[in-house]
Ligand binder design. Sequence first.
Ligand SMILES: C[S@@+](CC[C@H](N)C(=O)[O-])C[C@H]1O[C@@H](n2cnc3c(N)ncnc32)[C@H](O)[C@@H]1O
Length: 218
Amino acid sequence: MSSSYTERPRGRRPADGLAASRRGGGGGTPLLAQSRLLVQAWLKGPLKIGTLLPSSASLARAVAAQVPPDSSGPVIELGGGTGPLTEGLLQAGIAPSDLVVIERDPQLFRFLAERHRDVTTIEGDATNLADLLGPFGVTRARAVVSSLPIVWLPQPVQRALFEQSFAMLGSHGPFIQVTNRLRSPVPHDAFGLQGERRARIWTNLPPASVWVYRRRSP
Ligand SMILES: C[S@@+](CC[C@H](N)C(=O)[O-])C[C@H]1O[C@@H](n2cnc3c(N)ncnc32)[C@H](O)[C@@H]1O
């Protein structure tokens, strides 16, 4: 894998002695404060962030609707940012103990971990998914939800990310990707995946699509 992440992952389980409060430390943080954090991160590296505004509640609902309700295992969220998709997944009924969220930017990570104290949050590069999740004992997943600016990742890194994800998802689990593009942000055919746009949320700023990828049946 050609990612540059070398540090040990920093993360936090709810059991790390922190109060398990569903909305602890900022569930109702105003959009302006969240946008300010995203802008600060964007200024450090625009292509690493991808957007200046947090996802809307409608987009979060559209994402959560793609998570299979009848299967077990954790939902892994890649690129938690300030947490709007995390919030949507929780509101859709995913238990906090079934949610693992990864965020690379240290400032956004701190905000996220504080906002969602009862969710397992991990600071690190999501393209090193297997290495990041190993210490947390996560080896399988119900769904992977990504709002990473995946279109900007080199193709070998995209491929490696899907391989690590589908190793946990098995044959049926969905990889759910948010993108501002209408078309698929990755060459899924070349990766042996089937992909489908499942929603387009015009009211999100900017308008966003929800793509779902699955392993192609043999
Ligand atoms: C488009 S923002 C989405 C944030 C939030 N999930 C939302 O929907 O508003 C992308 C997020 O992914 C994070 N990110 C980008 N590349 C990453 C990587 N390789 N590993 C982990 N997080 C990453 C960024 O720091 C940013 O918070």
